[in-house]
Design a protein around this ligand. Structure first.
Ligand code: UDP
Ligand code: MG
Length: 314
């Protein structure tokens, strides 16, 4: 078994050296092959030159330098693309996660495919960070149906095939366990140590909460409707269409048989509106169906995931 450690770093010059020492101590004791992938996410400080120094002295280190600051999710994605280990572990570069938890992650992943850290005693400010996180964690577990205490913890371990099949967008890294479990990946959670940030600044504030909520809506939509958009839009379209048609029929009968003037009646507007909306919804469902096919076929992405193949030559 070999292990790849992926570390995103954005302006962490005060932390990289200590981090590297602590990682080495833990990893050397493992007795397995490993690599450390430091992803410099367009830092404006000395992070990259410090990483270059570390890399020169240590052949277990791979440094990826992104052209500009793309964000933590993109930094993880870059690390995943280059990782060669059987198990891939992500950890923050600011010393808030503790490398000493790595052996426990590795033993926990023996029985599953993804192990997520839980910062039970989280050392971040309450109002701006922990409170929004509590709400977000509660919402995410309700909406996605995947029960974890702490989605935002960067310290996670993945089996290789899990990260190689991921496509990450936006700020989506916190939703990896949820998305993965929809594909049948077995997810577990263990408590991990968390330290306050001693050096350098946190890159996030309260505004991140809104982004997380928007991402949650996207994720939920993708989960529920991305393989069957017509089932979502179609029924609403048909119901609206039928009500609109009924209203218009009723008004037409009144006009034709009783000669009532229907031109100024609000009901006429409603009937016309419902018919139009109904047609639009069905149309959106059809467009959605086309998009789903384009998506799967252009990427040669099957609509299923295979765990194992047994047979001759396998
Ligand atoms: N990070 C990054 N790119 C960014 C923002 C953050 O690579 O655009 C890294 C950062 O250097 C750190 C980790 O992601 O290693 C977590 O960031 P931070 O500690 O600021 O987040 P917090 O712990 O406050 O949630
Ligand atoms: Mg941090």
């Amino acid at each position: 078994m070999t292990v790849s450690i992926v570390v995103p770093l954005y302006n962490e010059e005060e932390n990289v050296e200590v981090l590297h020492e602590r990682l080495k101590t833990v990893l050397d004791a493992l007795g397995t092959g490993y690599e450390i992938i430091y992803v410099d996410d367009g830092s404006g400080d000395n992070t990259l030159s410090l990483l270059e120094e570390i890399q020169k002295k240590d052949s277990d280190v791979l440094v990826l330098s992104l052209r500009r600051n793309f964000g933590q999710t993109a930094a993880f994605a870059a690390g995943f693309d280059f990782a060669r280990g059987d198990i891939v572990i992500t950890i923050d570069g600011d010393l808030q996660n503790d490398p000493k938890d790595i052996p426990r992650l590795l033993s926990a992943i023996k029985d599953c495919d993804l192990v997520s850290g839980w910062r039970k005693k989280r050392k971040d400010p309450f109002i701006t960070r922990r409170l929004p996180s509590m709400i977000a964690n509660w919402l995410i577990s309700k909406v996605t149906g995947v029960k974890l205490h702490d989605y935002g913890c960067s310290l996670k371990a993945y089996r290789r095939d899990v990260v190689k099949n991921l496509r990450l967008y936006g700020e989506m890294h916190r939703f990896i366990p949820a998305v993965a479990s929809w594909y049948g990946v077995r997810v577990a959670e263990i408590e991990t140590t968390h330290h306050p940030r001693l050096r350098g600044k946190s890159k996030y504030g309260i505004s991140r909460t809104i982004k997380v909520l928007l991402d949650l809506i996207t994720v939920k939509f993708l989960q529920s409707f991305s393989t069957k958009p017509m089932q979502f839009f179609g029924p609403m379209g048909i119901i609206f269409g039928i009500i609109g048609f009924g209203i218009s029929l009723y008004l037409s009968i009144e006009k034709l048989f009783s000669g009532v003037n229907i031109g100024g009646r609000p009901l006429l507007l409603l009937g016309a509106l419902l018919i139009i909306v109904g047609v639009q919804f069905v149309g959106m469902g059809l467009l959605g169906e086309m998009l789903v096919r384009v998506y799967h076929e252009s990427q040669k992405k099957p609509i299923y995931t295979i765990k194992k193949i047994l047979g001759p030559g396998k």
